[in-house]
Design a protein around this ligand. Structure first.
Ligand code: SF4
Length: 361
């Protein structure tokens, strides 16, 4: 048994064998003092993924360190499952998958590890000493489809007899996607009721970090949306809807995706459309829930940028802020106007803008 590999890839069968060999049960992970380092590292895994988009590497000196590392993985999954938030799950899955990719790259084309990891993640492949991996083109299409740069187009790759030939590092990037998908599909896990009180404090710690992370990510800085900061295009679309004018599909899409990103839920969005004199909820519901991701269980669509709005004839009444060279998105408009308002408020109160700040984002 390779305990270093088990620690670096704690989802492998080898990792489970390592734990079994130490006669550790899941209940021990929750309650045992000896496994406190594993629980601490489990919290760290989640917080690093949330904060940095990647679980950080840490040196593993001996079998005890490696065992703690292996056990921290199920604990992290347990915490994420208890919080059960789509954003956290996706962020955590990404953080683990990026870590795994780096660990694979650090293996310097060690084909045994590479093919063991990919095989257990359901990606069949063959490799040789030259560091080239062959995989089925159907797997390639499934895993590379979401990677937008040209190098991931099938036509730009070496395809022979239904197999894509790739350098190991490129193959590892696809294995990252497979691992991310696997985690997302497995979580949330069912946690036995008797475990819940034991993990409560750690779950709360993750919840608090999640609230801060979401606030930092939010276009409104975690505050409620304020209509006075809305860009002119969005204001105009809302007015059109209120007046019962027929919004083009691209306009409805822009409105729903914009307000969804601003943090409005289904009820908040439907309220905007319900102002329209010929409003029919049954017609709007499917469309809204599709765009927000409520129907598909996926993330909602990203609202269109200014360039797309202009192409679709939706850039109405652009103002002075819109004319700025760096204005490229209605969400940027909102943030900038909110920032300007904050500066005006500080000036009128006699305060100075925070040091180093010369413009809003
Ligand atoms: S420039 Fe951008 S933010 Fe301004 S009105 Fe046009 S689409 Fe909206």
């Amino acid at each position: 048994m390779d305990t270093i590999r088990a620690a670096k890839f704690p989802f492998l069968r080898e990792a489970k064998e390592f734990v079994d060999s130490q006669h550790i049960e899941m209940a021990d992970l929750i309650t045992s003092e000896n496994l406190l380092p594993a629980r601490k590292r489990g919290i760290q895994r989640v917080l690093e993924a949330l904060d940095k988009g990647m679980v950080e590497y840490r040196p593993l000196m001996n079998d005890y360190d490696r065992l703690m590392e292996v056990m921290s993985y199920p604990y992290a999954r347990m915490l994420v499952s208890q919080v059960d938030d789509r954003y956290l799950t996706k962020r955590y899955a990404l953080g683990e998958a990026v870590r795994m990719n780096q660990n694979l790259n650090d293996e310097k084309r060690n084909m045994t590890t590479l093919l063991t990891v990919s095989g257990e993640l359901g990606v069949e492949a063959l490799g040789n000493d030259t560091g080239i991996v062959r995989m089925k083109f159907t797997d390639f299409l499934m895993l590379a489809g979401r990677l937008k740069s040209k190098e991931w187009k099938l036509i730009n790759n070496d395809v022979r007899s239904g197999m894509v030939h790739l350098p190991a590092e490129k193959f590892n990037r696809l294995v990252q996607n497979a691992f991310q998908d696997k985690i997302e599909s497995e979580l949330p896990l069912m946690i036995p009721d008797e475990f819940v009180p034991h993990v409560k404090r750690d779950v709360e710690m993750v919840r608090t970090a999640l609230v801060s992370a979401k606030a930092a990510m939010s276009p409104t800085g975690g505050k409620d949306m304020d209509v006075k900061f809305l860009p002119p295009c969005i204001k105009h679309l809302v007015q059109m809807s209120n007046q019962g004018l027929n919004l083009p599909h691209s306009g409805r899409f822009a409105l729903v995706s914009f307000f969804n990103t601003m943090g409005l839920d289904y009820d908040g969005i439907i309220r905007i459309f319900s102002e329209s004199p010929d409003f029919d909820e049954s017609k709007s519901e499917y469309q809204i829930k599709h765009i927000t991701g409520d129907l598909t269980g996926r993330d909602g669509y990203t609202p269109p940028e200014c360039k797309t709005m202009k192409t679709n004839g939706l850039c109405f009444n652009p103002d002075r802020i819109c004319e700025s060279e760096t204005m490229n998105h209605p969400l940027t408009y909102y943030r900038r106007k909110m920032w300007m308002d904050e500066q005006d408020r500080k000036k009128s109160e006699g305060g100075k803008p925070p040091e180093g700040q010369t413009g809003g984002q």
